[in-house]
Design a protein. Structure first.
Lengths: 544, 317
């Protein structure tokens, strides 16, 4: 008998308007004892919804309308809520996507880790604490004896994710559900967390369900892969088979999005003399009031210099906190630096956007990471894209409408979307609107701050393709900020590696990924998961 | 970190103190601006100009206003509340008993209203969207919409006139037994509970519902926690800040806002004393009452802020 047997599962969601939509349409799969099965698919494919049904839980607005979910022979769907409560934490446990949000900010970590034992009266509290410390040690957490006494805001994201794993494992479950547990982490942290997960799962011979959109991560940890799209299973099979002989077209698309796209040299760039369009010299910037030494309270950039040549792209990579987004904000004039200069086309720019001329503002546009928050939810697409047309170019009425249509064509959005609100668009569509708004100004330089980070791999690849096309047509230059090295590699000519506010290395695209010399860049590039089941074990432990 | 908390709390107390001084200035200024000459009013129409001038001299009314303000504030800080203009009794004596009466009424109302509001607010949030929740929220909206004099009058009509269970007027001074006490307090307390708990229930419900939407609440559910454990252990501690603030705002009404209730039930409290003082133009008494109301309000709000600071886990070690 398999550990998990899901048969013909159907889940319905009720929209705000009261309409019922079937989001899971008859999904069936099994997980054997001690085996890890991955559910893979883009957002909206229903992978998290399915994973939660394995705990007998449906988020508010969703209901399980058909099928069975059997855990060790007991049907979670038919069971009363009190029965499910008994199984949660003891038989099946959950590791959430964002441990930072899943820990209660008001309680000490240890109390939350041992809570399962307290709720289900599994063991005396002293024994539970001892077991927690043991798990902390197994998960390679620092100071295992005392780390539990801290509050969630006092440990790092990678540590929280491992603490969440300890919280899941304390009850000795037979099945562990991993809901994108490394998506929010930097690659260098991800590798440590993955390694810790893999070790404890092997030791405990537990079954697992690993939800992810990242095939390379899944390749490291899963025995089998179930590919989902639109609430249906597209393909299912052992990991090696899916990676190397995928049959379904959608699986191939997922795999293709993963192929490292080589940046093709921009046409004509070679025979033109290099002319810097943006030049940054000795930028020092940070947050908080300036101290006596002229440095801000918290320094984010230390003497950063870089240059971007016309028609070329500069990639800025580094882990979170390395200062890469601060660099974009300083260049755009959103955050005046403490010292240093920013030049556009050889002319020095005022430190603050307020002091820059309208034309200077027009020539440099910024596209933010989260299209959700960057677009006004109360304005239609046509309004959002049309506003800079009026502001920079004085276009009104029919001329403006016609240009909006052109811009929507440019970013490959159907013109019919112009009357929609941002809330009615998908993530990829929103990011295209975000881009169209920047293009409306007819800029020379576009600052892209993590613009593909919130997108699924297939969608992100399409956005990168679009950026390249626009560059050929419009003679743009990009400064492309990302923690995702494969996207940077796909579009940039030069790559600048940042670490703790400093530039540690400048590389050209053809030197990637093996040409790195600095220790941190080496670590960064070595941490990018590869589509190879043996990758994690082959990376020397010194890296992690 | 604990140093930081001390600093924040001290800062908050400092702000409260400064506010109190500003308020005293405003109170003094406002009574100063009332039309008419106090000496003239006290002596009546028939007074000779010499007598009025003499009285003005005696009352230091010829001194500059700022100097008198300083005198008054200094006296206030030392507990010298002054003498009533109307009957020349020390104000401390006049207010003492009345303030006790009002505080008594406030205390009884608080003891009943706060637990009721917490219970109804939390349970309504727990069973959000059910019939129970809808009955509670609809009733609250109905109660909020009815003005307090309406509730008070209705209570008198029902309990005193029709049912004849309770006396229509309250005299807290001649209480003989506990049953007597209940009978006297019943109607003012019912009315005040209606007025103040409606807002508290709404805010509690909203704060708990907000907290219930957090991912750590789903996490607790997936650990197998029961509904009451989820609410009491995970949601409520994170909703304390807004709840305590709503409570402080509502409770502050029990000091300054009870005028209508005290008047309708003829309850000898401090708010009624102030209304009477206005009628007799008894300025020191009005000033003192106003200061007491402001002091009570500030104490409650400051206490709520300090509780919110202390309940912020990010400030803990």
């Amino acid at each position: 008998m398999p550990l998990v047997d899901v048969r013909d599962l159907k889940v319905e969601a009720r929209t705000d308007a009261g309409r019922r939509i079937e989001i899971i349409r008859g999904v069936s799969f099994t997980v054997a004892e001690g085996e890890i099965t991955a559910l893979i698919g883009e957002s909206g494919s229903g992978k998290t919804t399915i994973a939660l049904t394995l705990m007998g839980h449906a988020r508010s607005g969703c209901t399980i309308t058909g099928g069975t979910v059997e855990l060790a022979g007991r049907d979670l769907v038919a069971m009363p809520e009190s029965g499910r409560q008994q199984l949660r934490g003891t038989e099946v446990a959950y590791i959430p996507q964002s441990a930072a949000a899943a820990f209660n900010p008001a309680q000490r970590l240890i109390d939350q880790v041992v809570e399962v034992a307290r709720i289900h009266r599994l063991m005396p509290m002293a024994a539970a604490r001892a077991k927690a410390v043991e798990l902390f040690r197994a998960l390679a957490l620092p100071e295992p004896e005392t780390i539990g006494n801290r509050y969630p805001h006092q440990v790092s994201g990678g540590q929280l994710q491992r603490l969440a794993a300890a919280m899941a494992l304390i009850g000795g479950p037979r099945l562990v559900i991993f809901d994108e547990p490394t998506t929010a982490l930097d690659v260098t942290t991800q590798i440590e967390v993955l390694r810790a997960f893999k070790t404890v799962m092997k030791q405990g011979s537990m079954g697992g369900v690993y939800v992810s959109h990242d095939l390379a991560v899944v390749a490291q940890i899963a025995d089998r892969i179930v590919v989902l799209k639109g609430g249906e299973v597209q393909e299912e099979g052992p990991t090696e088979a899916i990676l190397h002989c995928a049959r379904h077209p959608y699986t191939r698309e997922l795999l293709a999005a993963f192929e490292p796209l080589r940046s093709d040299a921009p046409a004509g760039a070679a025979n033109r003399p290099p002319r810097p369009v943006v030049e940054v010299k000795d930028l020092v910037a940070g947050y908080g009031p300036l101290g006596k030494d002229g440095l801000p309270f918290s320094v984010a950039l230390r003497k950063v210099s870089c240059r971007l040549e016309r028609g070329r792209n500069l990639g800025v990579v580094g882990e979170s906190g390395s200062g890469k987004s601060t660099l974009a904000r300083v260049i755009a004039g959103l955050l005046p630096p403490a010292s240093g200069r920013v030049q556009l086309d050889g002319r020095e720019l005022a430190a603050s956007a307020r002091g820059r001329s309208k034309d200077e503002l027009r020539r440099m546009q910024i596209v933010f990471q989260l299209a959700d928050t960057a677009l006004n939810p109360a304005r239609s697409v046509a309004d959002i894209v049309g506003r800079p047309l009026t502001f920079y170019h004085g276009r009104k009425g029919r001329a403006r409408e016609a240009r909006v249509d052109e811009l929507l064509d440019m970013v490959r959005l159907p013109r019919a979307l112009r009357h929609r609100l941002p809330g009615e668009l998908s993530g990829g569509q929103k990011q295209r609107v975000n881009l169209a708004r920047a293009l409306a100004a007819e800029p020379a330089v576009v600052l892209c701050d993590e613009i593909t980070s919130a997108l699924d791999s297939v969608v992100a690849a399409a956005v990168i393709e679009l950026l390249k096309e626009l560059q050929r047509e419009l003679d743009l230059s990009y400064i492309f900020i990302s923690h995702d090295l494969s996207t940077v590699q796909a579009i940039c000519d030069e790559v600048m590696v940042m670490y703790k506010g400093e530039v540690v290395e400048n590389l050209t695209a053809d030197q990637l990924p093996d040409g790195a010399r600095h220790a941190y860049s080496k670590l960064l590039f070595a941490s990018v998961p590869k589509l190879d089941t043996g990758w994690l074990d082959s990376v020397p432990a010194t890296v992690a | 970190m604990t140093g930081q908390i001390t600093l924040l709390v001290l800062g908050r107390l400092g702000v409260a103190l400064i506010t109190l001084v500003i308020v005293s200035f405003v109170v003094f200024g406002a009574t100063e601006m009332l039309p008419g000459d106090v000496a003239q009013i006290l002596l009546g129409q028939a007074a000779t100009p010499e007598a009025v001038a003499g009285l003005r001299e005696a009352m230091h009314l010829n001194e500059p206003a700022l100097l008198r303000y300083a005198h008054w504030l200094f006296g206030l800080a030392q507990g010298h509340l002054g003498t009533s203009y109307a009957n020349h009794m020390p104000i401390a004596g006049l207010i003492g008993g009345r303030l006790m009466n009002t505080l008594q009424l406030a205390a009884v109302t608080t003891v009943i209203a706060v637990p009721t509001a917490l219970f109804l607010g939390i349970t309504a949030a727990m069973y959000q969207g059910t019939l129970y929740d809808r009955v509670v929220t609809t009733t609250i909206v109905a109660v909020i919409s009815v003005p307090e004099f309406m509730i008070a009058t209705m209570a008198v009509l029902v309990f005193a006139v029709w049912l004849k269970w309770l006396p229509a007027l309250s005299f807290a001074n001649d209480v003989a037994s506990f049953g007597e006490l209940l009978r006297i307090f019943a109607m003012p307390v019912i009315t005040l509970c209606c007025v103040i708990s409606a807002q508290m229930i709404r805010m509690t419900r909203a704060a708990v519902i907000d907290a219930l939407k957090m991912p750590y609440v789903e996490m607790a559910l997936l650990k197998g926690a029961s509904r009451s454990r989820i609410v009491l252990h995970h949601a409520l501690p994170n909703a304390i800040g807004p709840i305590v603030n709503a409570m402080a705002l509502s409770l502050s009404y029990l000091l300054g806002g009870v005028i209508i209730v005290e008047t309708i039930f003829n309850y000898p409290g401090i708010a009624k004393l102030m209304v009477d003082a206005v009628a007799t133009r008894d300025l020191p008494l009005i000033q003192t009452c106003a200061m007491i109301f402001c002091f009570g309000y500030l104490t409650l709000i400051t206490a709520a802020d300090i509780i919110a600071i202390l309940s912020n886990p990010r400030l803990r070690r």
